[in-house]
Design a protein around this ligand. Structure first.
Ligand SMILES: [Mn+2]
Length: 411
């Protein structure tokens, strides 16, 4: 994405370059999606294409990879895929590399017995990759998972991608169903279920739990259905025949931990507001508390006259002695594309990989600290390091928020 010219919104010119560019970018995306779907034989019927793929790979074992810090949409969608695949005699193991840090995710996995496992960093605890004939990406295109490198190194073929994020680049998969215009992967999975690939059964508690998880995933990716569109409502209506409302409410009642509350408090104290955008750096966090960042962003975006919030902090992993800047963006502004905003604000690393991206209304980023990593109790070094990163991220974000040069339409 190139630098945007100065905004022309003040002149009342509604056909500003910004809007033109966005429309162009969207057209390009639609074209790309169409090409991908055509290539995957999805033009007419994704369910048919998936059935063909499953039949072809019947009797095999597959690895299903999720983003490093999977959310309810990813977890539930992977489970639904596993359920469908098992009907075609395919066994799936679901893995992620980070942790489940949001209390609702932990509650979801515990209460439904959701079959996803952590793939730890140490090589000796890693699964034996020779048992799998291929891997599948759900709710990600691989750019948000550190596991893709490992399975690629083991030369496992990528069989299938089911995702609703903006297209992140070329994908070499046997089948790719990527729909950036859909709000949740859970919606896509509900459509696959509805098409009859398997028959859900209300008296089967495993099916009921999976439908409940999907309902949770669908709701959480659509702000409790407030940002849902027609296909999401239809998917929710389908799931409503099978899900357990009491179980869902138990999952939703998981309370915030004290450390999450502390991070929210820091974000409130540190927030800077400009042009209806609230930006807050929250300093250092432990790896397990990383999910406090999106929760703080969820909270800041509820303030009056604020349409977008960005919260970031330095997450340090004591086991691996590595540090990362982790950030989250939340917006209520329909015309703001989080994917475009994050990519434009933060740019790419030396390998040309973006530091993050997004879906509708939300986005996230991760910037490795590399050589500067290392956390020292109460040291000056920690403070200086934080100040440098804090300042640099603010500069980059504020450049876009600035009405003179920004890509944000402030009307
Ligand atoms: Mn999702």
């Amino acid at each position: 994405m190139s630098k945007q010219p100065p905004s022309t919104t003040t002149s009342g010119n509604t056909t500003s370059n910004n809007k033109g560019k966005t429309a162009l970018a969207q057209n390009a995306l639609v074209d790309q999606t169409a090409t991908l779907r055509r290539a995957a034989g999805l033009e007419s019927n994704p369910a048919e294409a998936l059935e063909k793929l499953l039949k072809k790979h019947s009797g095999t074992q597959q690895l299903v990879l999720l983003q490093d810090f999977p959310d309810p949409d990813a977890l539930s969608s992977a489970w639904a895929y596993r359920l469908i695949a098992s009907a075609y005699n395919i066994q799936c193991d679901i893995f992620y590399s980070g942790t489940l840090s949001h209390q609702e995710n932990i509650a979801l996995v515990k209460l439904t017995n959701l079959p996803a496992k952590r793939w730890p960093a140490s090589a000796k605890e890693a699964p034996d990759l020779t048992q799998y004939q291929g891997y599948v990406l759900i709710d990600t295109q691989g750019t948000t998972s550190h596991l893709t490198e490992r399975v690629e190194a083991a030369e496992l073929p990528l069989l299938l991608v089911i995702d609703h994020h903006a297209i992140q680049g070329k994908i070499k998969a046997e089948m790719a169903d990527i729909r950036p215009d859909t709000h949740a992967t859970a919606t896509m999975m509900a459509q696959y279920l509805q098409s009859g690939l398997i028959q859900l059964d209300r008296s089967n508690s495993y099916h009921v739990k999976c439908a409940t998880a999907l309902m949770h995933g669908l709701r959480s990716d659509t702000s409790q259905l407030m940002q849902a569109s027609e296909p999401d409502f239809i998917a929710a209506a389908f799931l409503s025949q099978y899900y357990d409302a009491q179980l869902l409410s138990a999952i939703l009642q998981a309370s915030r931990s004290r450390r999450v509350m502390d991070v929210i408090e820091r974000s409130l104290r540190n927030r800077q507001m400009q042009n209806s955008v609230s930006i807050a750096g929250v300093g250092y966090l432990r790896y397990e508390d990383r999910d406090a960042i999106p929760q703080a962003a969820d909270f800041l975006v509820t303030e009056e006259n604020i349409h977008t919030a960005v919260v970031y902090g330095i997450v340090h992993d004591e086991d691996e002695e590595k540090e990362l800047v982790v950030g989250s963006l939340r917006t209520n502004k329909i015309t703001l594309d989080p994917d475009e905003f994050i990519k434009e604000a933060l740019g790419q690393d030396s390998h040309g990989r973006f530091f993050g991206g997004g879906r509708s209304m939300a986005g996230g980023f991760e910037i490795p600290i590399g050589f500067l990593s290392g956390y020292y109790e109460n040291s000056d070094y920690n403070r200086q390091k934080w100040e440098v990163f804090d300042k640099q991220i603010k500069q980059k974000l504020q450049r876009l928020v600035d009405p003179e040069n920004g890509v944000l339409n402030t009307d």
